[in-house]
Design a protein around this ligand. Sequence first.
Ligand code: PRX
Length: 649
Amino acid sequence: MSKKSQNVASVELEFKPARKFSKKARISSLAQYKQLHRESIKKPATFWAREAKELLWQKKWSKVLDWKAPNAKWFVGGKINVCENCVDSHLINGRANKAAIIWEGEPGESRTLTYRQLHREVCQFANVLLAKGIKSKDRVLIYMPMVPEAAIAMLACARIGAVHSVVFGGFSAESIADRLEDCKAKAVITSDGGYRRGSVVPLKANVDEALKKYKGVETVIVYQRIGEKVTMKNGRDVYWHDEVAKVSDQHIAKGFDSEHPLFILYTSGSTGKPKGILHTSGGYLMGTYATTKYIFDMQDDDVYWCTADVGWITGHSYIVYGPLANGATQVMYEGAPNFPDFGRFWDIVEKYKVSIFYTAPTAIRAFIKAGDQFPEARDLSSLRLLGTVGEPINPEAWMWYHKKIGGGRCPIVDTWWQTETGAIMISPLPGCTPTKPGTATLPFFGVDAAILDETGQECRAGEGGKLVIRQPWPSMLRSIYGDKKRYRDTYWSDYKGVYTAGDGARKDKKGNFWITGRLDDVLNVSGHRLGTAEVESALVSHDSVAEAAVVGRPHEIKGQGVVAFVSLKGKFTGSDDLNKELRNHVGKVIGAIAKPDEIHFTTALPKTRSGKIMRRLLKELVATGEVTGNVTTLEDVEVIKSLQESLKK
Ligand code: PRX
């Protein structure tokens, strides 16, 4: 964070919601929030039973929560169809002809699907999946561009009880193969390609490559987005449009157990292997529904736009499940924010009269850099509420967002949450919470957040510690797919019965949470999680690399940049060409987001006498160029000098 932004923070500007906004909001006073929050923590069953009545249950639950740490069952005995809640329910509540998804392709075409049309398409595609032999609990991998069919595919899986695992379109063939292997997927839904910054991303070709490694996939369904010729394997690969033409557009949604698995989403952890975060049905839907309703204060005449990709949890919870369960009208955009230039997002806001806009701090920083002329040339007066997610927002970015995009009138909800939490956990409620640039403010209903020190004591105001959640919440992850032990060890072993988020935070005197970032070896690059170990293992899989160590460095736009230190095998020497080759290699193994910003060749890495890489030293070196801490455990002190030299180059 720059000096300037620290100054802004230290002034501690506070913004209260405008009376006009509060009057219409669901929660309009802090007293009302506090009373409901207290109830939700002291009597979660009462609170959530009331909220859950707004969902459509095929069979009512008999008990709200069954909790034997770390295993939670929510709405025990209830039967629900998540897809029915997101789609069918709106056909009987007057929203049948309301726009559900207003889609804009990167080249500029536009398409609107009403809830009735969405229903028809989802039913049809559910029938395709059934015709292909996909059954309840089968895993289906989805690797799609940002087109409505991505949401349709997810909803169709949910409708028939299949478990989807969406892989972000920027991930590589190897990443797809690893995920297929881990969840043993039976089918893949993909597309011939998608548009990104004017080029075509070859999605089907990546799937073909992955399927050379993993042989368990019986069916590949290919949606034609581009119309390019792709290789189709006889007996395995079929086109979406051919298959839907063969089936009925009628399908009756059956209820599944509230704890029926809904999806697996892979995310980075502190080891080289991404974790398959498992979410289930009733609780997840409850969490995403309630947070969308209260935090985005979703009203029937809103036009909502979340700029995330469906490949991330934000896309799952706040493009697909939360907004659709609320019967919202939303914009979905296929492409890049800067195509053809940095005015694209603001063109979309103007064109569709977007009223709620949810994006990431990294995008805001890129817009600041591009210049004010882009938003200034557009009419953004339809906006009434702004949100951010993915990383701490620096006060400069917050203030710019507030002034230049929100015209000084829109509350900003800085939402803290994770793939694991399923739904937003800490955030202002826009009609009542005073906001300050840089804090995600207060816990949502049912979220018993706290900051603990190493001994498990709650930290005092202003004191930094570990962010934890002390009670189960409906949308919490249920496990790491196929690895209950890793689930327990990663999240529930620091303090008994308490969830550790992996983030550092402090609380101010008013109870606002200030999130300071990850405490583990996970980087946050452009709001996306990336394990240092993952990048390291990608680097050492290259022939030339003997050892690698990866750390983060503050980055003006991305939040954190990836810095790699690499020592080469005997016969190799560092060069610009090898540098480039290694970056591309990481792109090939993981995906473009993981490519190191810098690679430094070094003869050795700083290690303890027992051979452990001293990452702390590397972090300090890249941040300050110096090492100040204790180096007595270092095996070879000379290494530091050589690293300093390589950083200067
Ligand atoms: O470090 C926190 C950061 O993003 C991590 C979760 O990443 P992921 O599971 O990919 O989900 C991102 C979208 C929910 C957290 O552990 N993070 C997310 N939102 C915020 C944040 N850090 C600070 N402020 C936020 N609003």
